[in-house]
Design a protein around this ligand. Structure first.
Ligand code: ADP
Ligand code: MG
Ligand code: MG
Length: 867
């Protein structure tokens, strides 16, 4: 089979065979654009090379033919005495792997042709500069001689002459450097630098094929899930020289602004320079606008080409161009990298310009990048001035600046006094909620991505960094030690939840939200996606935020979060500590009033959107006093002696509270708590009926293990509803569903479905129990597991499809055997994770539910999973 294609023989659909660079050079050639002539050795040739470790006879024959053709097209040839043919040898796989493989420029130069080039261009300096570049690139790529070895020679010459930069090197200096570079080949035991252009070319092709297997390329492929079998193509292309004088130059251009997305060509160039120089920052490049004045004809031609290429590729392009003696050449085109803002603006604008369809626009934006658009960000310029003090896990994105406080109480007091505060703690617990609510950011030294601090921060949309191990908070002294530095109470700190960095001092931020083009894009996503996107919200504020972000309703209300406000905590404590039913009656009644109001507010805000309320889930001890000081205080509040209180608290202590007396187990032992919650829900529903709003409550039971258990709790709930319905005369449609978070419930899901109106996977607990990982303690080993490749990712952040995912599939199959229409949701942290959402679409999940700030991310991911 054919293993070499002239640029004129290929096209953009041949990416797999010609690589991205080769396919686009071919496409541009056939569009009639000024691309220097050349040809591409296919990825098949690379596979062949990988098998035999040599270039095949057939390939060598084709190569000679291709070179013949190139000679005809260019009128130049290898070793040509007047106009020598010089080429670049450029790697290029089907998927771009920037900087991972090699490119060699100026192949064909030797002791004779360098002189020919010098007289042709009347520029001895340029010719020898090109030669020394070839010698160092070739030596490095082909022979593995370290770049620093060559750099050292340059440095020595500059030092000896007192030069500040490479630009000051004279033609004579460069000749001397060429001589020394050749000696480096000898010293490295590589013999003479090959003078034959053909030998140089063959060695370069070999080396580029070889570079597919270099260490950094392998690591890059692993990280980016690029298959090993892809292979690289090799492009051989006639050199054009941007460093041939004042009428020459080189540059890069984007067809739209890659930072803002504005429809305006954005670019930079340098006169009298070679391709690499713009990127390498040897000189400060000029804005493309200056080219308009310096070379108006070239500028106009470039603008025409930019327009033509964008229309052709239907996406923003990143172009490499070179001007040689007043003539423009294109050396590369590819889809340009862009910021999240630009990605969204360009995609939506291009639909308006009828360049792409809405479906294509939805595929153009990475869901994760939407997240970056919703939170404030640090001013990029300000940030470059700063060095992070320490780094933790990036638990909740955003950028926050404020004064440091170490207890919830102190933070609350400072915030009430009008300060912006950052809460820094070893870890947080539900009691810290008051302080957390008022904080711009929450930083902890312990805990993983699903630790309390992380979940709460994400839920509130506060910036969060957790597991920053280097922080050591001395609560008594009100100071945090970070290695040799100290943060005192009230000091200014800045927290970047996207990178996990903590900084001393203030950094300016810029705000964001769902508006403009993003809002348009998310509307399209909603039209397309199979799965619904709901939110996890416990308060009207959170819910409102989620509604602003386009949530379909509430998929999970964690009612326990409502109990941690001070006046409720008191009632909760009275309830738990009471020793008989009589003692429980009053606190239950008080909580009933408050919960009813909570639910009323949520339902009212929801209107005709659905709301799923989960009944009480956490272990009781979370509500109890934790230390002696608290015991003294609570004892006064609830009129119980400290001794009695201590004894009762101890009796409720559990060794493994997360596996203990919680969830529906509490309903079985203390039915009146769930009864109260159901009454609160129904009271709110009946009240809204009177106001003309028909609500269909969805009640969710946590921690279910079995059909028998679910049936028992379901009866408890139904009886309570029936009683209230009978008394009020209002007919209410309601559903009672199961949290799927216990492996046993998953494998018996056919039975559980007999008594469940819906399932909702609680992937946090399900993952915890499937792995046997305590989710609050994983910080101590999870990062090591990921680093050592034992885990591909944190399974609390991205669903473990093989293990936890298999259990989910069993549960879905069995559940739908019993009830084919069974709605099945996911309400754990992974409900907002794009990779997980793709998997959920495959296994037939009906909807996901996630924290408000993840709603737009999940929406876009759900649309992409459908497309
Ligand atoms: P990468 O994939 O790392 O961008 P390239 O193959 O694009 O590597 O080459 C690196 C640089 O060399 C580019 O900036 C390009 O402009 C320049 N270059 C490559 N081939 C030629 C050529 N035939 N003529 C002039 N410059 C070239
Ligand atoms: Mg390039
Ligand atoms: Mg749970």
């Amino acid at each position: 089979t054919k293993q070499i294609y002239a640029f004129s023989e290929g096209n953009m659909s041949m990416r797999d065979l010609l690589g991205g660079k080769g396919a686009n050079l071919a496409e541009m050639t056939n569009l009639g654009l000024p691309v220097p002539h050349g040809f591409t050795l296919t990825t098949d040739a690379c596979h062949d090379y990988q098998r035999t470790q040599s270039l095949s006879e057939d390939l060598l024959v084709e190569l000679d033919q291709a070179l013949d053709k190139l000679r005809t097209l260019t009128g130049k040839q290898f070793n040509g005495a007047k106009e020598p043919l010089l080429v670049s040898v450029r790697s290029g796989a089907a998927i771009s792997m920037p900087g991972m493989m090699d490119t060699i420029l100026n192949i064909g130069l030797n002791d004779q042709t360098v002189e020919a080039l010098a007289s042709l261009t009347h520029n001895v300096r340029f010719a020898y500069d090109s030669y020394r570049r070839l010698l160092s690139m070739f030596g490095n790529v082909v022979y593995g001689i370290g770049e620093e070895t060559f750099d050292q020679v340059l440095t020595d010459v500059k030092q000896a002459n007192g030069y500040a930069s490479d630009l000051e090197l004279t033609a004579e200096d460069l000749k001397q450097i060429v001589g020394q570079f050749k000696q480096l080949y000898q010293q490295a035991g590589k013999g003479e630098f090959p003078q034959s252009p053909k030998a140089q070319l063959l060695a370069a092709i070999n080396a580029v094929f070889e570079s597919w297997n270099n260490h950094r390329a392998q690591v890059y492929r692993q990280q980016n899930h690029i298959p090993e079998s892809l292979g690289t193509a090799v492009n051989v292309q006639e050199m054009v020289f941007g460093n041939a004088g004042d009428q020459s130059g080189t540059g890069v251009a984007f067809t739209r602004n890659p930072a803002t997305g504005e429809r305006q060509v954005f670019g930079e160039y340098l006169l009298n320079a070679q391709g690499e120089d713009v990127v390498a920052g040897i000189r400060t490049p000029q804005s493309i606008e200056v080219l308009k004045k310096e070379m108006p004809a070239i500028y106009d031609q470039l603008m025409d080409i930019a327009e033509k290429l964008e229309t052709h590729y239907r996406d923003m392009q990143d172009l490499e161009f070179t001007i040689e003696n007043g003539k423009l050449y294109l050396l590369q085109a590819r889809d340009g990298k862009r910021t999240p803002y630009a990605a969204v603006k360009i995609a939506v604008d291009q639909v308006g310009e009828e360049l792409i369809t809405k479906e294509q626009a939805l595929q153009r934006v990475r869901p994760e990048s939407v997240s970056a658009m919703l939170h404030p960000e640090f001013d990029a310029n300000d940030l470059t001035q700063k060095t992070p003090l320490t780094t933790g896990l990036p638990a909740s994105p955003g950028a926050a600046t404020g004064r440091a406080y170490f207890t919830a109480e102190d933070a609350k007091r400072a915030a009430d006094g009008g300060e912006k505060v950052i809460l820094i703690r070893q870890d947080t617990s539900p009691e810290d909620i008051d302080g957390m609510i008022v904080s711009q950011a929450i930083v902890t030294s312990r805990g993983g991505m699903t630790s309390h601090a992380a979940v709460v921060a994400r839920g509130m949309g506060a910036t969060g960094v957790v597991g920053a191990h280097e922080i050591n908070v001395d609560y008594a002294a009100k100071v945090a030690h970070v290695n040799d530095s100290e943060i005192h109470e009230g000091d200014w700190v800045s927290v970047d939840g996207t990178t996990g960095n903590l900084y001393l001092g203030q950094i300016n931020t810029t705000a964001a939200g769902v508006k403009g083009e993003l809002s348009t894009l998310l509307d399209w996503a909603k039209d397309v996606a199979h799965m619904g996107v709901y939110t996890n919200a416990d308060t009207p504020q959170d819910f409102q935020k989620a509604l602003d972000f386009g949530a379909d309703g509430i998929g999970l209300t964690r009612t326990e979060h409502m109990f941690f406000k001070p006046e409720r905590l008191l009632q909760m404590r009275r309830l738990i500590l009471a020793t008989d039913a009589a003692g429980r009656a009053d606190p239950l009644n008080q909580l009933l009033q408050m919960q009813q109001e909570d639910f009323y507010q949520l339902y009212k805000l929801a209107g005709d959107k659905e709301v799923t309320i989960r009944l009480l889930d956490p272990p009781l001890h979370e509500f109890l006093p934790h230390d002696e000081a608290e015991i003294q205080a609570v004892s006064k509040q609830i009129h119980m002696s400290p001794e009695q209180l201590r004894a009762r608290t101890n009796s409720l202590k559990e060794l493994n509270p997360m596996l203990g007396h919680r969830g529906d187990r509490l309903a079985v032992t203390f039915p009146d708590i769930y009864q109260m919650q159901v009454r609160a829900i129904m009271s709110a529903v009946i009240r809204l009926y009177d106001e003309g709003l028909e609500v269909h409550p969805h009640i969710m039971i946590p921690l279910t293990d079995s059909k028998a258990e679910m049936a028992w709790v379901r009866d408890l709930v139904s009886d309570q509803i029936k009683e209230m319905v009978d008394n009020s005369g209002v007919r209410v449609d309601y559903t009672v569903g199961t949290m799927m978070e216990m492996p046993r419930a998953c494998v018996t899901a056919d039975q559980v479905a007999e008594v469940s109106d819906f399932f909702s996977f609680g992937t946090n607990d399900l993952t915890q129990l499937t792995f046997g990982y305590s989710r609050d303690d994983v910080g101590s080993f999870m990062p090591v597991y990921i680093k050592k490749g034992i885990l591909p990712a944190d399974p609390f952040q991205t669903i473990d499809t093989e293990g936890v995912g298999a259990l989910m599939k069993i549960a879905i199959d069995k559940g739908r055997q019993t009830n084919p229409q069974l709605p099945i949701g996911v309400c754990g942290e992974v409900g907002g994770d794009p990779a997980s959402i793709e998997f959920f679409e495959q296994i037939g999940i009906t909807y996901v539910s996630c924290s408000p700030y993840r709603v737009p991310v999940a929406r876009l991911a759900a649309a992409q999973a459908t497309l």
